[in-house]
Design a protein around this ligand. Sequence first.
Ligand code: ZN
Length: 84
Amino acid sequence: MSDTTGGGKPPLPIGPLPRVSYPITVQYCGNCTMPIEYCEYYPEYEKCKQWLEKNLPTEFEKVMKLGKYGSPYNNFIEVRPSFL
Ligand SMILES: [Zn+2]
């Protein structure tokens, strides 16, 4: 009759993760009203980018830089040869 289920393990980590940076201020998109880091999941991401470029040009640059690494869709389209 020994307890082998190990019930003391938490299902989710509690508190901030060391590898994730938590910004103090969050910039919200004027187009989709989401935090700009979620804009890429919005169907009208192109409009979001236009809004960002006009209203938050510095954030727009960040998103564009991150997008090269963070968006599998963009990579897929860019990598795909146009002559096929
Ligand atoms: Zn947006």
